[in-house]
Design a protein around this ligand. Structure first.
Ligand SMILES: O=P(O)(O)OC[C@H]1O[C@H](OP(=O)(O)OP(=O)(O)O)[C@H](O)[C@@H]1O
Ligand SMILES: NC(=O)CC[C@H](N)C(=O)O
Ligand code: SF4
Ligand SMILES: [Mg+2]
Length: 481
């Protein structure tokens, strides 16, 4: 199947945001809506909410688009209930189509709705197995496979069906699932994607991808859902079961660098602080001696640039303005407009830049398009020298755990040295933060993280290669028959 032609976003594609709330008698649809609003950065292709009154039917509404485009006040009133889920999607298995949006709603042996962040690496095998048993699918996502496993599971309760299914799933899953009485949340044994538990007061509980989704609805952070753990939110409060233990943990290092919001906390660290430290350490590892001004590439490069400026003593100013209304998926401009390149997104401030030797700080380079065009734009605006500093190591390997980072060949660092990348981008100097520097900044150990896109060392053996986003469409052309 051809890739989505409307989507020509640069950079690492985000993942998904998940949210679940158990709050009898409260406005759960509004909680889900605002929670998803806070998680919009994790996925902009589709959004959905599932809700139910205790003991009642599950209602689901989902559509392609942003949270604010998908739901009206009227929709939220129709979704009222005692428990709810929310999902914002960026596709990693299965194209960007309505059928593939989430929450997935199934009613095989038991009715449930499910929202998933991550990516299963054994989706094709599980799919074939379920189809052989007569299970029908409407979507081409790994998430529907997980929902089908739980919905068809022979165990007597949803909790037991989850505990039976978890050891069969390989890859990344931070999943939230509800039936008519409870919200369950479970995480893969490596803990690749984040998932946190919060309290709304009294008997009301929340789970979400990031703490920023708790903040927005006034919930208090309680703890992370542990790798391999299943938590259940219901009339008993919160109960927990450690389903899988003792696996190598592999929390995604890129969450700290780029994906997550800087006001979120991960593994005890406020990400804004971690990113400032990345900039400080980069200034130590690769100083830009003699430069006049530090400039950030907005948005995610801003804290790192602040750290670089503080540690180097070089003043910082705004070199560009970013148009905050440019969505991550937008309509292809025609040829004439395309020549203006990223002008749609960034506009430089010549009065600030003119005649200066600039240190430009960004968090990551994937294809290099952003960086190359920014260098040209800065030169056109009168910059004397451009020194790029990146607070991540070069990305040379694809992610199979819930981030669509384009194929190896599309990455600018593929089969290029740093000097070759510098020449390709056209700047005076280029330096990347070392892997050790990233770990120092996040105060973490390599043994507990995944850094495969930088190092090529995949934490789950046998997952170095994967069939990619259209695995199910390609392997099973009759999948929707
Ligand atoms: O090398 P490329 O493939 O061109 O992509 C790299 C850019 O993409 C990301 O930013 P993005 O604009 O997506 O989001 P942000 O506003 O959160 O920084 C990243 O922060 C880099 O700036
Ligand atoms: N990026 C994600 O977390 C996506 C979840 C799931 N694999 C999907 O494609 O829908
Ligand atoms: S490969 Fe990179 S983006 Fe993917 S989980 Fe590992 S660190 Fe994160
Ligand atoms: Mg950026």
């Amino acid at each position: 199947m051809a890739p989505d032609t409307l989507d020509h976003r640069e950079g690492p594609r985000d993942e998904c945001g998940v949210f679940g709330v158990y709050a009898p008698g409260q406005d759960v649809a509004k909680f889900a809506y605002y929670g998803m609003y806070a998680l919009q950065h994790r996925g902009q292709e589709s959004a959905g909410i599932a809700s139910a009154d205790l003991g009642g039917y599950i209602i689901t509404q989902r559509a392609l688009g942003l949270v604010s485009q998908v739901f009206t006040e009227h929709d939220l009133r129709a979704l009222s209930g005692d428990l709810a889920l929310g999902h914002t999607r960026y596709s990693t298995t299965g194209g960007n189509e309505w059928e593939n949006s989430q929450p997935v709603h199934r009613n095989d042996r038991r009715e449930l709705a499910l929202a998933h962040n991550g990516n299963l690496v054994n989706a094709v095998e599980l799919h074939a197995e379920l189809v052989a048993k007569g299970v029908h699918f409407r979507a081409t996502t790994d998430s529907e496979i997980m929902a089908a496993l739980l919905s068809t599971g022979e165990a007597n309760s949803l909790e037991d069906a989850i505990a039976d299914a978890m050891p069969r799933l390989r890859g990344a899953f931070s999943t939230v699932v509800m039936d008519r009485d409870r919200v369950c949340a479970f995480r893969d044994p490596q803990g690749i994607r984040p998932l946190v538990l919060g309290q709304l007061g009294g008997d009301a509980w929340v789970v979400a991808s990031e703490t920023c989704a708790l903040d927005i609805i006034g919930a208090t952070y309680v703890r992370d859902v542990a790798p391999g753990e299943l938590v259940v939110l219901d009339e008993r409060g919160v109960t927990s079961r450690q389903v899988i233990e003792g696996e190598r943990q592999a929390f995604c290092l890129f969450e700290y660098i780029y994906f997550a919001r800087p006001d979120s906390r991960m593994n005890g660290q406020l990400l804004q602080r971690s990113r400032v430290r990345m900039g400080e350490i980069l200034a130590r590892e690769a100083p830009a001696v003699g430069a006049d001004l530090v400039v950030a590439v907005p948005d995610s490069g801003i804290p790192a640039a602040r750290g670089f400026a503080a540690a180097s003593g070089i003043p910082m100013d705004d070199g560009f303005v970013k148009n905050r209304y440019v969505q991550r998926t937008f309509i292809q401009p025609g040829d004439q407009l395309r020549q203006h390149g990223l002008r749609l997104k960034f506009n430089p401030l010549p009065e600030v830049i003119e005649g200066k030797s600039l240190v430009v700080v960004d968090d990551s380079i994937v294809r290099g398009n952003t960086t190359r065009q920014l260098v040209k734009m800065l030169r056109d605006a009168g910059a004397r020298e451009v020194h790029f500093r990146i607070t991540a190591p070069p990305i040379r390997n694809p992610c199979h755990y819930g981030v669509d980072m384009s194929s190896r060949e599309e990455m600018v660092a593929h089969e290029r040295t740093v000097d070759e990348i510098r020449d390709h981008i056209g700047c005076e100097s280029l330096a990347y933060l070392s892997l050790e520097g990233v770990y120092e900044a996040v105060r973490g150990q390599r043994s507990g993280h995944c850094d495969a896109c930088f190092s090529g060392e995949y934490p789950i053996p046998g997952t170095e290669d994967h069939l990619g986003k259209y695995a199910l469409e390609n392997a099973l052309p009759m999948v929707k028959a």
